[in-house]
Design a protein around this ligand. Structure first.
Ligand code: PLP
Length: 389
């Protein structure tokens, strides 16, 4: 059959047709341990009973009504996110790029509404904020931008974790700083606490907005509900997606009332954003991840997995040379090309995801248990042995 899918992806030659907890099953019945979680999306694993029940119940009642009318599930979701964060207001959308688009628009409008010229946004090398024109322009990665120029004006960029460079890049045109607390696609590179604290001070001194892209780090992935909680630094705006829908395509942008003061009726919108079907799932995800003990489990499993990955490094230093990350957002730094390790793990029944800086990301569902971690370690040990032969 001719493949009519636009050739923007190069998928592995496998079709999954069933998921259960931490496992995916291919059409040929082969079982895979899913430590990619659809790139940090299926935070509660596959077919979580609470999510399935919420989605199917809502599906029988009402899928979509539009933002022309009030949506109770959206109001509840926004209230709950506000209660669990620094934020006061939430815009619901459909993806991470859209959540960042909203953040960018919030920053520009915040100042425009005050008659200020500030509109530029400072980002960091290695960042990934999405594939729309504004988020590509924000990320500035050559491999993503090539052929899509001209990029949007209004984005400046300096080295990640370089506070002096960030300070020097702020002008009277700067409206905001946009940063990932841990760069995901960039290779699981963590921001230093002092860097994030310094960025907060820069923003406070200049009277500009600090915006965190927690599309990948959010919703319990690092062992806190949101990664900003580790550093004690509170942003003014935060973009979320991936895990917040557990596999349903949603995004959210959370802001303080002051940051979003320019976002009045008619300034932004989305046909699908926050629709009843999507909100049944986001609220169900929140039910589980905010349950007492859930994040302790993530931290416990994360610590165990990290120490066991260090055992893999100790045993196979010719294949992998280090471990980094927090909670269940972990990565092996590879000696061999990361694509080779990912492909060999795949052959052996373990799904993982490559990222920049030659790392292989391991992002298991947050419901992972010790026996799954041990199963993954056994596959990793075997895979490294095979790659050494
Ligand atoms: N921001 C970060 C930190 C991400 O990791 C991603 C996706 O990998 C995005 C934004 C873009 O999200 P989406 O693909 O849902 O548009």
């Amino acid at each position: 059959m001719t493949n009519s899918v636009m050739q923007t992806y190069a998928p592995a030659d496998v079709v999954f047709d069933k998921g259960e907890g931490v496992y995916l099953f291919a059409e040929n019945q082969k079982r895979y341990l899913d430590f990619g979680a659809g790139v940090a999306v299926t935070c509660l694993g596959h077919a979580h009973p609470h999510l399935v029940a919420a989605l199917t119940e809502q599906a029988k009642k009402l899928w979509h009504s539009s933002n022309l009318y009030k949506i109770k599930g959206q109001e509840r979701f926004a209230r709950r996110l506000a209660d669990h964060t620094f934020g006061d207001v939430v815009f619901s959308c459909n993806s991470g790029a859209e959540a960042n688009e909203c953040a960018i628009k919030i920053a520009r409008k915040h100042f425009a509404a005050k008659g200020s010229e500030r509109h530029r946004i400072l980002t960091f090398k290695g960042a990934f904020h999405g594939r729309t024109m504004a988020t590509l322009s924000a990320g500035k990665q050559a491999k993503h931008c090539e052929g899509f120029g001209p990029m949007l004006d209004g984005f400046d960029q300096v080295d990640y974790n370089d506070l002096e460079a960030a300070k020097a890049a702020i002008t009277d045109q700067t409206a905001a700083i946009l940063v990932e607390p841990i760069q995901g696609e960039g290779g699981l590179r963590p921001a230093e606490d002092a860097f994030l604290k310094g960025l907060r001070s820069i923003c406070d001194e200049a009277g500009i907005l600090l915006m965190f892209d927690e599309v990948q780090t959010g919703v319990g992935r690092t062992g806190k509900l949101f990664a900003y909680e580790h550093s004690g630094v509170t942003p003014d705006v935060m973009a979320l997606a991936k895990g917040i829908g557990g596999g349903f395509p949603v995004g959210a942008c959370i802001a303080t009332a002051d940051a979003a003061s320019g976002m009045l009726p008619g300034t932004h919108g989305s046909t699908f954003g926050g629709n009843p079907l999507a909100m049944s799932v986001t609220n169900a995800v929140l039910d589980v991840v905010t349950k007492e003990g859930f994040l302790d489990h993530v931290t416990k499993m994360g610590d165990l997995f990290k120490s066991r990955l260090q055992d893999v490094v100790a045993a196979h230093g010719n294949v992998v040379k280090g471990v980094r990350g927090k909670g269940l957002m972990l990565a092996l730094q590879c000696v061999v090309p990361n694509g080779e390790l990912v492909a060999k793990c795949f052959e052996n029944g373990l799904l993982a995801v490559p990222a920049g800086d030659n790392v292989m990301r391991l992002l298991p569902p947050l419901i992972v248990r010790e026996e799954h971690i041990e199963a993954a370690i056994a596959i990793l040990m075997r895979t490294c042995t095979e790659l050494s032969e």
